[in-house]
Design a protein around this ligand. Structure first.
Ligand SMILES: NC(=O)c1ccc[n+]([C@@H]2O[C@H](COP(=O)([O-])OP(=O)(O)OC[C@H]3O[C@@H](n4cnc5c(N)ncnc54)[C@H](O)[C@@H]3O)[C@@H](O)[C@H]2O)c1
Length: 352
């Protein structure tokens, strides 16, 4: 199969996990993947062609080194050979929020011409890994992807795939788009949605639910800033609400940052409902995960799915990939429906 040329925006924890994962897959040492073959593509078909960041500890470094910069929290689990990609300076805009000012030193080099660099590197797909709340910057990079003729995967909660305006712009440019806000492989949202779907199917009346988490990743710190945290809370709330056919009170989001937890996240779930004869039922559980690798397995599928769309010249939002891989897709489907759709997409029974 041809290679899949991928550029990354933001060389943070998620990027580190993805790069380490692709590299370990190439060494034949791999667990935790759902589709070894996705439409004929293997994870080893992914090649990193360009990377952009603004952190002085990352800009100018080889990508294989930059992912292990001190400012990242996800640890080194695999050795990564040099990839032939140097991290270039992007545009800062609203990338650095209030809580990151003291953690990240913005590199002093001038920004590069991102769309030109994407073209020069023959990038086909751009993945947006900017922090939550980098709304302006995410949109600016989406613009650069369009200029360079690249498909776009938005792992962040900024509204791009779920915005009619942006979906139309990618459609017009004849480029595929997938987003928004990557759904973790075994993350809090998919577990919460699956539990609720199960309870609803069994005839339980759900009364209220919450999903609160604490973590030590940079993202947990970023989302403590009220405006940025509210973006994430609303995405989670809507994703969870989509699993219950009537309105219920839902509270979801990060409640604190605990530095020594590093990239670990503890999520606490509480579901309250009633079954036969109004009998109360409570579910109270904790999920402990490491954040960054939780995004990578699904991303490997989405990257390969977007490449299939490029091959078939299908453009605009790819509904199947959005529903399967993201918390805020343009159209919501239940986890069971999304699963069926993705299998049909791989088999070629669905185009988008
Ligand atoms: N499992 C997960 O971790 C998960 C799940 C769902 C969504 N996400 C989303 O993925 C995104 C990335 O998460 P992360 O944990 O890797 O974050 P992170 O904070 O570790 O990484 C963000 C990177 O972006 C860089 N950056 C900031 N502004 C920039 C700019 N203007 N241009 C270029 N680079 C810039 C930072 O220096 C940093 O390297 C977030 O938006 C998060 O909400 C992550």
């Amino acid at each position: 199969m041809p290679k899949i040329n991928v550029a990354v925006l933001g060389v943070g924890d998620c990027c580190s996990s993805l790069v380490q994962g692709v590299s370990s897959y190439k060494n034949g040492d791999f667990v935790g993947i759902k589709f070894n073959d996705f439409g004929g593509y293997k994870p080893s078909d992914i090649e990193f062609t360009a990377a952009f960041d603004i952190d002085s500890l990352k800009v100018g470094k080889e990508l294989s080194e930059a992912i292990f910069a001190k400012t990242n929290r996800y640890e080194k689990v695999n050795a990564v050979k040099p990839l032939g990609v140097t991290v270039q300076k992007g545009e800062v805009m609203d990338g650095i929020g209030e809580f990151l000012q003291n953690q990240i030193k913005v590199d002093k080099k001038p920004s590069v011409n991102v769309s030109e660099e994407l073209k020069k590197s023959k990038t086909e797909i751009v993945i947006n890994f900017l922090p939550t709340g980098a709304v302006q910057a995410s949109k600016w990079y989406a613009e650069q992807a369009i200029k360079a003729g690249c498909a776009f995967i938005n792992a962040t909660p900024t509204e791009i795939a779920s915005s009619k305006e942006w979906a139309a712009r990618f459609e017009k440019a004849k480029l595929p788009l997938a987003g928004d806000d990557i759904m973790n492989q075994i993350g809090a949202t998919i577990l919460h949605k699956t539990l609720l779907e199960f309870l609803v199917k069994r005839g339980v009346k759900i009364d209220e639910t919450y999903q609160l988490d604490i973590g030590g990743g940079v993202e947990s710190l970023v989302t403590l800033e009220k405006a940025r945290g509210d973006i994430k809370r609303e995405v989670k709330r809507r994703a969870i609400q989509a699993s219950v056919p009537y309105e219920i009170p839902i509270v979801a989001g990060t409640t604190d940052y605990v530095d020594f937890m590093r990239n670990t996240r503890d999520s606490y779930f509480w579901i309250s409902g009633r079954y036969f004869n109004n009998t109360p039922v409570r579910i109270d559980i904790t999920l402990r995960t490491v954040d960054a690798p939780n995004s990578s397995s699904i991303l490997l599928d989405v990257i390969r799915g977007v490449k299939m769309a490029l091959d078939k010249k299908v453009s605009g939002t790819i509904d199947t990939l959005c529903a399967y891989g993201f918390k805020k897709p343009p159209k919501f489907f239940s986890p069971t429906e999304a699963e069926k759709m993705v299998n049909e997409y791989i088999e070629g029974k669905r185009n988008r």
